[in-house]
Design a protein around this ligand. Structure first.
Ligand code: NZQ
Ligand code: ZN
Length: 382
């Protein structure tokens, strides 16, 4: 196991009715800006619960943070905060609202000329406004991690800083009852692939591996149930907690991490607008088929421990494990091929060129995903 430092400072309030307790997490004299997305929180009662919880605080609101949050929208919030003097952010929504709020928190405190440098030039985040989160979509893990993914033009870039980890996160599974099936499925796939990026590498360690396999098995068992019986509280609770743990950082400590599937997936979103989770369902099966030699030992472990495959040659077991994973995504009604999104071979050049332009030419835990390998992965997903 490699050396590591790990802290997870987010105070978690988990369970039905916990939104009511959020006021106790925010200083009484804070001037709060509540951030949200396109309005789902007005339809499912979450906005009302948050407003009631903040009855004795001073707060304003900023809505309209879109899925795959955009720099221009977020900079409007930065101006608002500078003009009105807000000093605490409360993000209410899915990963996009949380990520967007992390960028706002860092951008307000950025001393350079353009906060976009935090994403495009690795400008350090030296300070950020404090953030609290009310999560309504289990998927990204953004509620306890320091990562955010922001889009400007056709650049979809990420930054990571411990300074934007939420101070607290409310995870009430009931808030997820109103999710459309498409978003439930996206979330299951996203969480599944987060585990795979940290587990399905050419390394590993027993504690991290067993935690990861537990999360994968939970997602495989609970994901379809959330679609079949949307108001099943234990199912929603287990899914929400699995998605948080999939990218809280815990399973990735001390082991190699891959993230090439995410890098290729982000190009599919940036250029063709495909939902994040869906891009991963397209890329991961193809990635594992192309990279099966590098990842052989772990693929065999995945086949046995996650899918119960013990018979047949090494190659047959690997084929079967990847096929079962792809078919799991498809049972959630998530397309796994270019054709499912009306894309074809002619679209691959754009994607590979974008990776090259950003210098993403040695991705994966071993730097083995070169532009030629990325091309092969996209071709394997046709
Ligand atoms: O905007 P509203 O009206 O709230 O509607 C949203 C949005 O349309 C809706 N929604 C959310 N909660 C709902 C709900 N609708 C009904 N009931 C609810 N309870 O769902 C739609 C999608 O929301 P979004 O936040 O975009 O989805 P998700 O949570 O999947 O976030 C995706 C974003 O996170 C980034 C992705 O790249 C993408 O931009 N990621 C962030 C990561 C991180 N911070 O660590 C890691 C991930 O790999 C990922 O890249
Ligand atoms: Zn993801």
């Amino acid at each position: 196991m490699n050396n590591f430092a790990f802290s997870s400072p987010t105070h978690i309030l988990f369970g039905q009715g916990q939104i009511a307790a959020l006021a106790g997490q925010i200083p009484q004299d804070a001037k709060i800006l509540v951030t949200y997305g396109g309005g789902s929180i007005f339809k499912n009662g979450v906005h009302q619960q948050v407003s009631e919880a903040l009855a004795n605080h001073s707060f304003g609101e900023f809505g309209g943070i879109e899925p795959n949050p955009r720099y221009e929208t977020l900079m409007e919030a930065v101006s608002l905060i500078r003009n009105e003097g807000y000093d605490y952010l409360l993000a209410v929504g899915g990963g996009s609202v949380l990520d967007g709020t992390k960028f706002i928190a860092a951008a307000v405190c950025h001393t350079g000329s353009d906060p976009w440098d935090i994403l495009s030039n690795d400008a350090p985040v030296t300070d950020a406004l404090p953030i609290g989160a009310v999560l309504t979509l289990p998927a990204t893990g953004s509620e306890t991690n320091g990562a955010a993914v922001i889009t400007r033009g056709q650049d979809k870039l990420a930054f990571i800083s411990p300074r934007v980890k939420p101070r607290f996160a409310v995870l009430d599974p009931v808030t997820t009852y109103s999710l459309p099936p498409r978003q439930v499925a996206n979330g299951v796939v996203d969480a599944f692939v987060h585990v795979m990026e940290q587990y399905l590498t050419n390394g590993g360690a027993p504690v991290q591996d067993r935690f990861s396999e537990g999360l994968l098995l939970t997602l495989i068992e609970e994901g379809p149930k959330a679609l079949a019986t949307p108001q099943d509280y234990p199912v929603r609770a287990n899914l929400m907690w699995a998605a948080t743990q999939a990218l809280s950082g815990l399973i990735g400590v001390g082991v190699p991490q891959d993230w090439a599937t995410h890098a290729l997936g982000h190009e599919l979103t940036a250029h063709f607008g495909i939902d994040h989770g869906r891009t991963l369902a397209v890329v991961l099966p193809a990635m594992l088929r192309v990279r099966r030699e590098v990842k052989k030992a772990k693929l065999l472990q995945f086949a046995e421990r996650v899918w119960g495959i013990t018979d047949g040659s090494d190659e047959a077991r690997i084929d079967s494990a990847i096929a079962k994973m792809e078919s799991f995504f498809r049972t959630l009604d998530v397309g796994t091929r270019f054709g499912d999104y009306e894309l074809g071979a002619a679209d691959i050049d754009t994607l590979v060129a974008a990776l090259e332009r950003k210098g993403m030419t040695a991705l994966g835990e071993d730097g083995g995903v070169t532009p030629a390998v990325a091309q092969a992965v996209f071709e394997a997903a046709l």
